[in-house]
Design a protein around this ligand. Structure first.
Ligand SMILES: [Zn+2]
Length: 309
């Protein structure tokens, strides 16, 4: 790979010149947080766009196509010791990334969360890995509007949130009180009869206040899960699995980690049990449950969990 990152980042294989309408459009879209390519007469989508089809020399059509922003790494080169002109101050990879919908790849820095100078490339770095841009909050219309690319969290189903922050409130206080005693408490909704855990004092389905307290077992079933390649302080190692677990008797899933099993063996319908930290470490926090571990029980058929996805 080339070693002049500014030029490489700007237009791989390119050269310095004023920006014409095609590149100008690309940069303007970047400023607005979008990646676009341009369609060639032959129907291919070039990213970054060029004014001429590099294969035929013909003018491109002028039709811009939004691509990505998620893309696939087509090749990479590990930089164990970044130089000061590099875009990241820790080990990273230069990667050729083909955004979804594009026929060409663009070169950018890929941050794999490696902080030790001189470290080897992590196992997760490979051709074919899925990545997405980290946009800068302040964008100016340059390729640097993308600070770098990050590994995509690989999902097996529909969009779902990976962040989990409990909102304060009386119901939550009570829930954490239970957790501090090793009990998992929920509320039964007077309308739909489902048990909401952690309770929020309100049924999200019916919007009615809830108050009837129910204690649930610490066993449940994985409904959906995600394999994460980004290190997380709570997780044992990368890749780790975050999952929605439907506790037995609950009407809503809760987000947790699943461990004690290789990431590629976690499955929908898998039975799990909470792995509590030692009692002397308990506090008023969900961290009392380190994660969920597999139970030696048959998987629950998909039909029985499909309404909870
Ligand atoms: Zn309800």
């Amino acid at each position: 790979m080339r070693s002049d990152p500014n030029h490489v980042l700007a237009f791989p294989g390119g050269y310095t010149r004023s920006v014409g309408p095609v590149i100008g459009r690309f940069l303007s879209e970047l400023r607005d947080g979008r990646l676009v390519g341009v369609r060639t007469a032959g129907g291919r989508v070039l990213v970054p766009p060029a004014e001429y089809d590099p294969e035929t020399g013909e003018d491109v059509t002028g039709e811009f196509v939004e691509v990505g922003p998620v893309g696939t790494v087509t090749t990479w080169s590990w930089v164990p010791r970044p130089a000061k002109e590099h875009p990241l101050d820790r080990p990273f990879a230069w990667a050729l990334i083909r955004p979804d919908g594009a026929d060409t790849a663009l070169l950018h820095a890929l941050d794999l969360g490696v902080f030790d100078e001189g470290a080897k490339p992590p196992r997760s770095l490979r051709t074919g890995m899925r990545v997405r841009p980290r946009w800068r909050a302040e964008r100016t219309g340059g390729i640097g509007d993308i600070a770098c690319f990050l590994p995509e969290v690989t999902m097996i189903n529909a969009p779902t949130r990976l962040e989990y922050r409990l909102q304060g409130g009386r119901a939550l206080d009570r829930f954490l009180e239970g957790i501090a005693e090793g009990r998992i408490l929920g509320h039964r909704c007077p309308v739909c009869d489902q048990v909401i855990v952690p309770m929020k004092g309100l049924c999200p389905r019916d919007g009615v206040p809830t108050g009837e307290e129910v204690e649930l077992p610490d066993t449940g079933t994985v409904t959906t899960f995600a394999v994460n390649n980004i290190p997380d302080p709570r997780a044992p190692e990368v890749p780790f699995v975050s999952a929605y677990v439907l506790l037995d008797g609950a009407g809503l899933t809760m987000l947790t980690l699943v461990a004690g099993i290789p990431a590629d063996q976690v499955r929908m319908g898998m039975r799990v049990k909470a792995a509590w930290r030692p009692r002397e470490e308990w506090g008023r926090t969900m961290a009392n449950i380190r994660w969920f571990e597999p139970l030696d029980e048959p998987d629950v058929p998909f039909d029985e969990i499909k309404d909870y996805l």
